[in-house]
Design a protein around this ligand. Sequence first.
Ligand SMILES: [Zn+2]
Length: 652
Amino acid sequence: MNKIFIALCLILVNVSFAQQTDYVDFERINAAISFELDSSRVNGIIIMEFKILKDVDSIFVDAKNMTFTFEQGDHDKIKFKNDGEKLWLLSQFKAGESYDVSFEYSVRPKKALYTLKRNENWQIWTQGQGKYTSNWLPSIDDVNDKIEFDLKFLAPSTYELISNGELKSQAETNSNILWEYDMKTPMSSYLVAVVLGKYKKQTETSKSGIPLEYYYYPEDSLKVVPTYRYSKQMFDFLEEEIGFDYPWQNYKQVPVHDFLYAGMENTSCTIFSDAFVVDSIGFNDKNYVNVNAHELAHQWFGNLVTAKSGDHHWLQEGFATYYALLAERDIFDDNHYFFKLYESAVDLGRQDIAGQGTSLLNPKSSSLTFYQRGAWVLHALRSKVGDVIFREAVKNYLNRYQFDTVETSYFIKEVERLYGRSLTGFVNVWIKQKVFPVDAAFNLLKNQSTYINEYLMVDCQTKSSKCAEYLKYYVSDEAKVKIISQAPDLVTKDTFKHGLKVRQAISQYVTKIPEDLKEEYESLLNDKSYITIENTLYNLWSNFPEERAKYLSETRNVVGFRDKNVRLLWIVLNLSTPFYQADNKQGLFEELVNYTDEAYNADLRINAFQYLDLIKSCNEKCISNLENAKSHHNWRLVKFAKQFSEKLQNKE
Ligand SMILES: [Zn+2]
């Protein structure tokens, strides 16, 4: 054991008893960063400014697996120690004094920053929450130290580079561009983001004058409108509804390949999965509207006021889910809003029955609890105290704690202050207790929505004479979907005349097609839904073997979502239809195998692997792509690849 090691142990013991934020406040991080794309390496020069709050002889910066270079002669009074997790700064730091340190660093990030190559084009993106920004940028992993980040990036001039804050300058030198971004206010480190890639953008300005930037891949220009539909309306709505101005300089949204989640609310720079980049048909099936609103709501709830710890995580996710619901209510209608609340109440009730419910304050809660129960708390609270008090309390809460961190009681106190009565009983039932108050939730819904009452009343689990009547006209499309799922044999020619969701349900539940519905069913191949088209093609192909060539011919140019759901099914059905386009079979098979290559998104690769499994044709190339998939950053692909690989080996 050497002396440095003992000294470090003592320091670690010391800091574990007190939070580092008691001793030091990191105020600003200034960094200039460049990328070595081929080796996925990040190099940077960094200046950190901090203020000492209490005398202390050591502080640390989180910095995972980095190497450092310190200028000779600099930092006479500060010594540095790198333990691979943290960079320790050792000196006789005095309370009230400000310091700055600068150094160079280099790292090949294990996570949090991902470098991908697609068709000769690079893409870099980051994910700080749950992964720690300190894997690529020396920073402070503790959310309670909010820092102003001013970042510069050097990138090849053929790429766009997007980061937090306002783009101050863009200087071109020797086929590179130095991008300078500027933040005016502090934030937690997990919200730092950077994206590098081939992008174009469209911009709008909010009612309040905030620039809204919508990024897209150059080949996706026709998808911009359906993908970003309602963005400005939701932005204007949330500013008005929350009653607190959007707190950052601008708002950018950037799709990336193989993102780990649906979206991430990095400050002023949301990153989202390009699976949500859809055309106008895909919009009907799986659009970005909800995720768009959710990440936007986080710009206030999460980014401006941040939960102090995992115990209060719902202050982020519950609020974002609730305000996204309000934005959707503004776009669609009350029925949409109440139906989503209804669905989440059912899910929460089921979670409790399965014995998996937790208090909302349990940091190990499921996403369902954090997001949906959190949203329910706010709906129930607003129903109890009324719109005026609720909105005023939210405004006060944001005003009082902006750029700071919060706990559940801070918010509740703001409501109590205006409500004039204790909310202890409410908090116990809705927030603290383990069980979600499902009866209270249903009572609220029944009192507030005739739509939900109707939905609950319509039940054809045991068929009654009314069920066929319902399907004709009486009830909402949602209720019709419910009936079709319970009694698909009630579907008649007339049922096809209802809305898109009803027809989607027909394609899903009516899998044995009666001869007299054949014509209507065939019309679903032209419906404006890729889910309907996929289901319909398969069902028609299975039910009417003599017409297979006709169905394949009709759908030969349909691709579907970014994971090519319709195209892959079409290829496999074609390969299983001996006489249709007989000379092209080899080419189609190769196309299918090709989609397992690392040049494609994880979702598409999984789909292609699954079909190759189904037709028992995972050849040499497929197996080699499967091996390669095991080291992907996307855990779903990795999990799938390992299972499939095991299955193939067992067969051998
Ligand atoms: Zn969220």
